[in-house]
Write a protein that binds this ligand. Sequence first.
Ligand SMILES: Cc1cc2nc3c(=O)[nH]c(=O)nc-3n(C[C@H](O)[C@H](O)[C@H](O)COP(=O)(O)OP(=O)(O)OC[C@H]3O[C@@H](n4cnc5c(N)ncnc54)[C@H](O)[C@@H]3O)c2cc1C
Length: 302
Amino acid sequence: MQDVVIIGGGTAGLTAALYLLRAGKHVLILESEVFGGQISSSPRVENYPGIMQISGSEFTDQLLEQVTALGAQIEMERATSIQERDGMKIVITDEHEYPCKSVIIATGSKHRHLGISQEEDFIGRGVSYCAVCDGAFFRGKETAVVGGGSAALQSALYLSQFCTHVYLIVRRNVFRGEPHLVKAIEQKENISVLYNTIVSALEGDTVLTGLTLKSTDTQTISHLPVTGLFVSIGQAPDNTAFSDILDLDAGGYISAGEDCKTSSEGIFAAGDCRSKAVRQLTTAASDGTISALAACQYIDSL
Ligand SMILES: Cc1cc2nc3c(=O)[nH]c(=O)nc-3n(C[C@H](O)[C@H](O)[C@H](O)COP(=O)(O)OP(=O)(O)OC[C@H]3O[C@@H](n4cnc5c(N)ncnc54)[C@H](O)[C@@H]3O)c2cc1C
């Protein structure tokens, strides 16, 4: 029996493993797609303390090497549910059942994509889903943000500090974001709002050079020459597999505070999969640490 099964091998899950293994616990990490999670697709990370610049895949490789060197057991399997039986927790995958004393869920979340042609090809080549992560690469450039909610408004305001101009592309004729953010947008001279507009195509050969826009009113097509497009149309967690054993919030995130404790004793949530305001590598690593130490405390009290 494992001490802890960690579901998700992203930054939060791997950091949790690091702390658990150093505390002498037996750990199994389950990963359904790619070890490293979201960051593995990023070409450049420049905001992780102590590291000037690193690619997402190199960051992941080092983290994975660190935990495997400490003896973590890793399996490429998708967790489909967690059950409680005879005082044990059982993590169930398509192939196996893993009994354990405690579980850390670190399943992350995914940024919603526009779903247009070439979008995946341009990720890291002009298309981004995180202004805080990638905005600095577009200093002195013209950029665009898609979305009408608070996150999109915040992204546009953030970019306006160092981009020469920011175009905010909104599908409807109103914002869904908070009024004080709307007011701040209206006061910024280098932000233009394009209402009733969608991005219908991405332009460029190997890097983004512009956008093809379509008016939802008149169906008119226009072109916008920008080198950066920040898609901010929401994030989607996938925690439905755990909804019968713990509480999720209205957005589908696991209800857990800074202590990473869920509504189910002995099950912890770490990283982007839990309710929180800031989703970054540093906050994922922080949650990994907190959840691991909380799991140690829980196991030692059994
Ligand atoms: C393109 C891009 C660039 C970014 N750049 C930066 C940056 O420069 N700086 C920064 O701080 N942040 C950046 N971020 C955000 C950062 O990557 C995330 O905040 C961070 O990865 C969250 O870590 P996590 O471990 O919580 O989740 P994730 O990284 O999402 O990892 C979760 C893992 O769980 C796995 N999983 C999900 N469900 C299951 C299941 N049922 N069973 C088994 N495994 C499962 C997933 O496959 C995934 O590997 C970026 C994000 C993206 C998408």
